[in-house]
Design a protein around this ligand. Sequence first.
Ligand code: GCV
Length: 734
Amino acid sequence: MACEHQTSNLKGVNLRHKRNSIGLIACVTVALQLFLGASTKAEDGYRLWLRYELLPKQMIAVYRPRVTSVVVTGKSASLNAIRSELVEGCTGLLGKPVAVADTVVHDGAIVVGTPTSSSLISGLGWQRQLAGLGTEGFRIRSFKLGHHSVTIIASNGEAGALYGAFYFLRLMQTLQPIDNLDVSEKPRLQLRVLDHWDNLDGSIERGYAGRSLWDWKALPEKVDPRLRDYARANASVGINGTTLNNVNANSQILTPEYLRKVAAVADVFRPYGLRVYLSPRFSAPIELGGLKTADPLDPEVAAWWRKKSDEIYKMIPDFGGFLVKANSEGQPGPRTYNRNHVDGANMMAAALAPHNGVVIWRAFVYDAKPGYDRAAAAYDNLQPFDGQFASNVLLQVKNGPIDFQPREPFHPLFGAMPKTQLVLEVQLTQEYLGFSNHLVFLPQMWREILDSDTYANGPASTVRKVIDGSLYHQRLTGMAGVANTGSDRNWTGHHFAQANWYGFGRLAWNPDLPSRRIAEEWINMTFTHDVKAVGTINRLMLESHEAVVDYMTPLGLHHIMWGGHHYGPAPWWNTFDRDDWNPVYYHRADERGLGFDRTETGSNAVSQYHAPVRDRFANLNTCPENFLLWFHHVPWDYRMRSGRTMWDELALHYQRGVDWTRTTRKEWDALAGVIDSERHAEVAKKLAIQERDAIWWRDAVLLYFQTFSKRPLPAGVDQPAKSLAEYKAKSLSW
Ligand code: GCV
């Protein structure tokens, strides 16, 4: 095994090793692992980033004197969770049992709790500081308590204390100093929610990692112990909510039978600060209540929702609220009854308000009208209602105006509804990005959105500032992610897809975090501390998004996937009744050129953006090339900034994407020996699929567009492996 490497450190603990010392560490590590029985643990990915494997020897020597006991007084379920997490984590990382104590008798105690749970903490006089951090924020300090050097992790809430405990563990997992701590943290967004598109029959819409984690048949009698690990993982990154069922909802979820099941799940999640939300079907008053209508202005309907909310809160006192998809893709909604979105959302909000619940209303609404641009639809449908939603309604807006494409410009609703509480919705599950077969690190893409400047209040009015309340000072803030988890042993299908779950939580906690830092943390916690390997993997992760865009939809192309399942290319697709479900609607290829004209000469959807973004996008000469075909119909011979024609540039992007998959496979192969063989082999298999798919994408798309461009492939682009007819004949399999 070639272990010549330095051990990674994120901040400054110097850990340079020579080959010999690493050899020694490896031996000691193996011996200790055998001693601890750690070697029996399969590296199947189940433990996610909470593996708590033995740290490098030098760090153990540094940390051990500072971590001798865990002092968590009190007996609530959350305090028990904190205690057991710290004991398990510290013992695993440091290779020596860490004692549980009631009080501080030695140096190195880790004292955790709230002023209510711990007299040690209430005696510190930190009331003012803790009050400023809220119940989810925490303070961590290296402290002299009497004669003893200890670490205090304190919060005004047990959830905050738990987050602090995970923060402290992460410091060790990522080899940071823990000897002089003075940390104050609080989440920047209030609602940090995973949305599961899980159906009651156990299937998952757009799920690529097995079946639903919620076994509705077995619940509430039998609760899968795995749910506790799900909650731990979420708490470790600060996720505080989970919507259990698909937004394409089934009314049954609101029956007493199912609510008992939901309550059983909520009981497991509660100690980890994870609140449960549900997606109700708007027509439930008809389906469950036997009413003739679900008209939101009908007093009987409103009364039904009030009663239902009361019933829910009796069973689940900390229930989060409703996530609603209404009048979208066939779902019923207020417009079914000639009412509007505000009527629907506010009626439900009134039912939840007495219990402090919220309504999260989705802005993913688009109509099927002739000549209509889907990219303009959500804005047209929702923007006029700015300022009219009740104070416990949030409007959840996808990152881009179409639908979780590999790359989209930011959604024009960000910055267009200053009097509405907007939540950013991103998709962890890779519906349009190669399912759980392709390595793509999504925080890189989400950063792009968060950093996009809307210019709503002049320069520096970024999407991040719209959602975190710094631009409009809204009461409620949030970020939601469509979950990528399932019953697969490794949770997400692809080991690297775990990083998207991790990264979502980290960004929802702090939307300013650089994606490089998120990746670096995750790699250290999940794979290795080897500096060289961390560097390589980090680079591959950061490059991955651009690579996927290159081989799927470069230069602003979008929605050219195979119809229905969305895996693989089908730019020729034109058979759906609805125009806006057909790829040909989006790319508009013809003899003249390629792309959707969204300027004044076309749909003018670009006008929904503020100046100067609007002007930059609208002008062919200033439009960023990565959005060129999103906003413009561009001649095949149009000169790009590189001096090449658009056609040549397009083809070279596809080739570049393929090349990336090839070099990535080689680089990953070279990490054999640094990464455990089990996960190494599994990732290698996925990378082989990714290369196969990238080639397929390049060939199928270029062959098809070539029927319009009538130009040869430029030098440097491989000749297609099959004919266009063959690519059209059957979809890429996954
Ligand atoms: C849950 C896209 C997906 C649908 C999904 C929808 C949504 O259209 O293809 O599966 O439905 O988005 O976000 O509601």
